[in-house]
Design a binder for this molecule. Structure first.
Ligand code: NAD
Ligand code: MG
Length: 384
């Protein structure tokens, strides 16, 4: 079997660790020439050792010496975004697994698409902020492919396999509801960091865990779904499903719903994105519906979770508004984690930035950089 040459970006994070487990248990399928991250250089070097990576890259130039000192002879240390782009677009790489948190993933993903690579995309911010540019790049480079890793979107992608586009009426993402699913609006408004980090079903990085508590994760995921599945013109919806066994459903014209179910473990969608259209045996538990006993579903409560109003606005406007929503949310989450604002103020910051936004269609990366920086500046300055 020819091995798939995978570049793992964001190797030291939560997704990066799950990806390392998948890649190291299927070494006959995967070669990993490059692992990259920004910080935690010791972890990055450890991951490189585990995957026998020949090139290891930090996007932080000041960490290059530290990285070099930790690598064995023969393994190349690299630094900087330009080097990252040069490597992922080289003929050493077939597939780029992007698990960089935030918008720093946009440049390498666009470059990989332009070079005709397969991109396995965990970084939802890439589709949220730059979905129009990414889709334009995919149309212009038909050899390139984009396969979702986010669990709900992987679920949709799996349910859609082989389906005619005009048969699909709805795309439904599920949400666990997070730690505040049953809390009152007043309780949510004053929730602490510790309470927000106490996710009931998924173990993830800090930022996405806070987003799950505020439901901004689902707002981001609705926008992500809009761009990933744009060609289906399907209605997007969310169901709260506390057991996190069903990750997504699609509704067909005859009224059938097709659901994708599995345990809540990111190794599964990561592996599927890397082996698609094949599947491999994985070291994960199998879902037992009998052991689970019951599956519950309900519509999200839009009054307690204004995130859905932001999603509606971003979905109908498109352009740079989703980028502004994402940037405002990132700053609001940073301010909350720093103890500067209450949990409820996260919504107020996003609302202020979005309602005053001058929207434009997406035309270039430079324009998106400016929109992102402007939304961040405004979100930092919101007085509460
Ligand atoms: P994390 O914070 O645990 O890890 C982030 C990784 O990105 C680290 O390796 C870090 O070094 C790297 N990074 C940060 N800034 C960078 C930069 N400028 N250049 C290069 N690398 C940089 O995050 P995570 O929870 O693993 O999430 C990663 C992405 O996957 C996010 O976009 C998130 O929304 C998405 N996602 C995560 C999960 C999950 O279960 N954790 C599920 C679905 C989607
Ligand atoms: Mg998700």
């Amino acid at each position: 079997m020819t091995r798939n040459n995978v570049a793992l970006l964001g190797a030291t994070g939560s997704i990066g660790r799950s990806a390392t487990a998948v890649l190291s248990c299927c070494k006959e399928r995967f070669n990993v020439p490059l692992v990259a991250a920004r910080s935690s250089i010791d972890k990055l070097a450890g991951c490189a050792g585990q995957l026998d990576a020949q090139m290891v890259l930090t996007t932080d130039d000041t960490k290059l010496d530290e990285l070099s000192s930790l690598l064995p002879p023969g393994v190349q240390a690299l630094s900087g975004m330009d080097a990252l782009i040069e490597t992922v677009t080289s003929d050493k790489i077939d597939t780029v697994l992007c698990a960089i948190i935030g918008t720093a993933g946009i440049r390498p993903v666009l470059a990989a698409i332009e070079a005709g690579k397969t991109v396995a995309l965990a970084s939802k911010e890439v589709m949220v902020s730059a979905g129009e540019l990414v889709n334009a790049a995919l149309k212009a480079n038909p050899r390139a492919r984009l396969i979702p890793v986010d669990s709900e979107h992987s679920g949709v992608f799996q349910a859609l396999a082989g389906r005619r586009k005009d048969e699909v009426e709805t795309i439904i993402l599920t949400a666990s509801g997070g730690p505040f699913r049953t809390w009152s609006a007043e309780q949510i408004a004053t929730a602490t960091l510790e309470e927000a980090l106490d996710h009931p079903t998924w173990s993830m990085g800090q930022k996405i865990t806070i987003d799950s508590a505020s439901m901004m994760n689902k707002a981001l995921e609705l926008v992500e779904a809009r761009y990933l599945f744009e060609d289906y013109h399907a209605k997007l919806d969310v169901l709260v499903h506390p057991q996190s066994a069903v990750h997504a459903l699609i509704g067909l014209t005859d009224g059938s719903l097709i659901a994708q179910c599995a345990i809540a473990d990111m190794k599964l969608p990561i592996a599927y994105a890397l082996t698609y259209p094949e599947r491999v045996a994985l070291p994960v538990e199998k879902l037992s519906l009998a052991a689970m006993g019951k599956l519950e579903f309900s519509a999200p409560d839009r009054k307690r979770f204004p995130a859905f109003d932001f999603a509606d606005a971003a979905l109908s406007a498109g352009g740079t508004l989703p980028c502004a929503m994402n940037a405002a949310n990132e700053v609001a989450v940073e301010r909350f984690c720093a103890g500067e604002i209450t949990f409820g103020s996260i919504y107020r910051i996003i609302e202020k930035v979005m309602s005053a936004w001058h929207n434009e269609p997406q035309i270039s990366l430079e324009q998106l950089d400016e929109a992102d920086a402007e939304a961040r500046r405004r979100a930092r300055e919101v007085k509460l």
